[in-house]
Every structure is written in C-alpha cells, then in structure tokens.
Design a protein around this ligand. Structure first.
Ligand SMILES: NC(=O)C1=CN([C@@H]2O[C@H](COP(=O)(O)OP(=O)(O)OC[C@H]3O[C@@H](n4cnc5c(N)ncnc54)[C@H](OP(=O)(O)O)[C@@H]3O)[C@@H](O)[C@H]2O)C=CC1
Ligand SMILES: Cc1cn([C@H]2C[C@H](O)[C@@H](COP(=O)(O)OP(=O)(O)O[C@H]3O[C@@H](C)C(=O)[C@@H](O)[C@H]3O)O2)c(=O)[nH]c1=O
Length: 299
C-alpha cells in the first residue's frame, strides 16, 4: 500500500504519520502546506509540500505519486473562523475536496475523507451512519458539501466522521477540550463548561487507528469513529481535573445557550460506533485511558 496523507502537520495528521510509519506494508507520503513539523521527529518519513486548494498541484502530485490510498485530513477546522470567513472555509473544505475527488477518480486512488458530527443538527444523539445530516453552522455545511462530492468520486471512497478529538502534537498551536481545561486549571483560571451538549470525545490516536483500519480493510462507505463513551463537556472537564489532580471548584457548569459564539454548535451529537467496531475491529480507549495516554506524552 502507498498512502498519501494530507494535513500531516495537524493533530490527526501527526498521529497518522506516527502510526503509518510503523506499518511495514505501507509506503508513506506525508503532505501539508508549510514546513514539515515532524521533520526532526521522523526524519525518515518522506514529506512533500501540498496545498490542497491548488488544483494543479493536487492533480500533478497524485499522478506523480500514484498512491493506492489518500487520507484527507486537511481542513479549516475552527467552526467560528469558518462562520466568519465563509469564502475561505468553502475554498479549504469544499473546493479542495473537489480537486482531490477529481485526482483520485482519474488515478483510481481510494479516497478516505475525514468528516464531522457537525454535519448533524444536534436534535438527537448519539448518531449512527444512516442518520440524516442537517448542519446548523457553516463549517458543518462545508463538510456536508464535501461529503457529497466524495460520494460521487469515480474511485473507491470512505467517509470517516469523528467528534471532539483530543490529543497532543508537536509544535501545535491549537488546543482541544482536554489540553485547554488542563492548562486553565493549572494556571488557576476558572472555566465555564457546557453541561447540556453531548459528545463522544475521541482520542486522536484512536482516530488515526480507525483511519488505518479502514484503509487496510479497503472499507468503503460511511463510518463513525468516535470515543466509546457519551459525556457532556462539563463531565469531560471533571475527568481532566481528576486525572491531573486539579481544583474542580474552578469548573462551573453552564448551558450552551449562555455562550455567544459566531457559529452555533449542535446540542446532542456523539456517535454509535458499532459498525466500525464490527467491520473494522475499531476499539477506542475510554476517556480515562485517553487522558492518561495524553498525560504520559506531556509534562
Ligand atoms: N478536531 C476535531 O475535533 C475534529 C476534526 N474533524 C475533522 O478531522 C480532520 C482533521 O482534524 P484535525 O487534525 O483536528 O485538524 P487540525 O486543524 O489539527 O489540522 C488540519 C491541518 O490541515 C492543514 N491544512 C489546512 N488547509 C490546508 C491546505 N489547503 N492544504 C494543506 N494543508 C492544509 C492545516 O495546516 P496549518 O497547520 O498550516 O494550519 C493543519 O495542519 C478535519 O478534516 C476535521 O474537519 C472532525 C470532527 C472533529
Ligand atoms: C471554548 C469553550 C468550549 N466549551 C465546550 C463546548 C464544546 O463542546 C467543547 C469544545 O469547544 P471548541 O469550541 O473547542 O470546539 P467545537 O467547535 O465545539 O468542537 C468541534 O470541532 C470541530 C472541528 C468538529 O468537527 C466537531 O466535532 C467538534 O469537536 O468545549 C466550553 O464548555 N466552554 C468554553 O469556554
């Protein structure tokens, strides 16, 4: 197998590089825009710069590299930024996917595309793969439009939806619920955390494993890859505090309605992961196990 990963500097991208470099049957090509953040960590991994919004670059790279599989993680992932800059969000999350779909169709490359629980309305959760999408923010709209393009790909395709991913990565400027709560509490800062949203938080390593399992099985169609447990963000924050022995009195539960963010968030999501468990052998860690793994990677 020859696997090309887009967005290799991102959270999932970095975990995929770490996992795939260990697979003897895989020839790996890591790609991202900008300099390779893993250059000194995994100097043996081949890295090529690829901005997925450049159609010619995408078509040329896929026809030169001729991977058997392409795992597309690159995206504009901040929901509020997407809401405020919709043209850029569409370019990154939809037009780029159109280029990849064209290139993979031409070269018969199996396209594995990352999507999100934000394609759903949040009226009911947890959700199985056949639930009907109805996004409530622009990021969700863009990711659903991308899914529709992927479904029309003239090569084998897989849509891997995930939810509230947490983990650490090298030289990575973004936060996620676990690192954000840990760092705020360590600094003695109070946090207000919503207690009426539902999510199945996903360890980044588990998501990478789910992507690899899907590629290895040549699985096609839609799969939900989340964590195994349903929590409110407030419950997640309490679990983080418990693990790091931090002051829970700094955490206040609040209703999502008290937040005024540019992008609306779906209230109840989370995923039913039985299909991935049954068909791919996907076995994600519990939240407590995931936080412990993250803690072992950082000071
Ligand atoms: N994180 C989450 O909670 C969830 C994520 N997802 C989906 O999973 C996927 C992976 O997410 P995650 O790893 O967390 O995201 P990150 O934001 O950590 O990483 C995305 C990476 O994509 C890169 N990128 C963005 N645009 C381009 C481009 N045009 N060309 C090349 N690279 C680009 C970014 O580069 P740069 O570093 O330069 O910005 C960044 O390194 C995404 O598709 C996301 O929509 C779905 C549900 C939940
Ligand atoms: C900033 C903040 C967040 N939260 C909660 C709300 C939310 O459920 C959780 C994470 O909030 P964020 O704004 O970081 O992320 P958010 O945009 O809600 O998370 C999403 O990211 C994109 C990429 C996805 O595709 C989704 O699956 C989802 O995980 O933390 C609080 O309770 N208080 C806060 O002050």
């Amino acid at each position: 197998m020859k696997i090309l990963v887009t967005g290799s500097n991102g959270l999932l991208g970095q975990k995929l590089v770490a996992l795939l470099r260990q697979q003897r049957e895989v020839e790996l090509v890591a790609t991202s825009r900008g300099a390779n953040k893993l250059a000194t960590v995994y100097p043996e991994v081949r890295f090529v710069t690829l901005d997925t919004t450049h159609r010619e670059q995408v078509l040329q790279m896929i026809s030169q590299e001729r991977p058997t599989h392409l795992i597309h993680t690159a995206a504009m992932t901040h929901a509020d930024e997407c809401e405020l800059n919709q043209a850029e969000c569409w370019r990154q999350n939809v037009e780029a996917v159109a280029h990849l779909v064209a290139a993979c169709g031409q070269q018969q490359v199996h396209l594995l595309h990352l999507s999100t629980d934000f394609v759903f309305s949040g009226n009911q959760g947890p959700l199985a793969e056949d639930a009907v999408p109805e996004p409530v923010n622009f990021y969700g709209h863009s990711k659903l439009a991308a899914e529709q393009l992927v479904r029309a790909c003239q090569a084998p395709w897989t849509i891997l939806r995930t939810v509230l991913v947490y983990g650490t990565a090298h030289n990575y400027g973004r936060t996620n619920i676990v690192t954000w709560v840990r760092d705020s509490l360590r600094a003695g800062n109070p946090v207000r955390v919503v207690n009426d949203q539902l999510r199945t938080p996903t360890l980044a390593e588990d998501l990478a494993m789910g992507c690899w399992l899907a590629a290895r099985h040549n699985a096609t169609g839609i799969y939900h890859l989340g964590g195994p447990e349903l929590y409110t963000p407030y419950q997640i924050a309490l679990a983080v505090a418990a693990h790091f022995n931090l002051d829970t009195s700094l955490i206040s539960p609040v209703d999502a309605s008290t937040f005024t963010q540019p992008a609306r968030r779906p209230l109840r999501t989370g995923f039913i992961i039985e299909k991935a468990q049954r068909e791919l052998g996907y076995q994600p860690h519990t939240l407590a196990e995931g936080i412990a793994l993250l803690a072992s990677q950082t000071a």
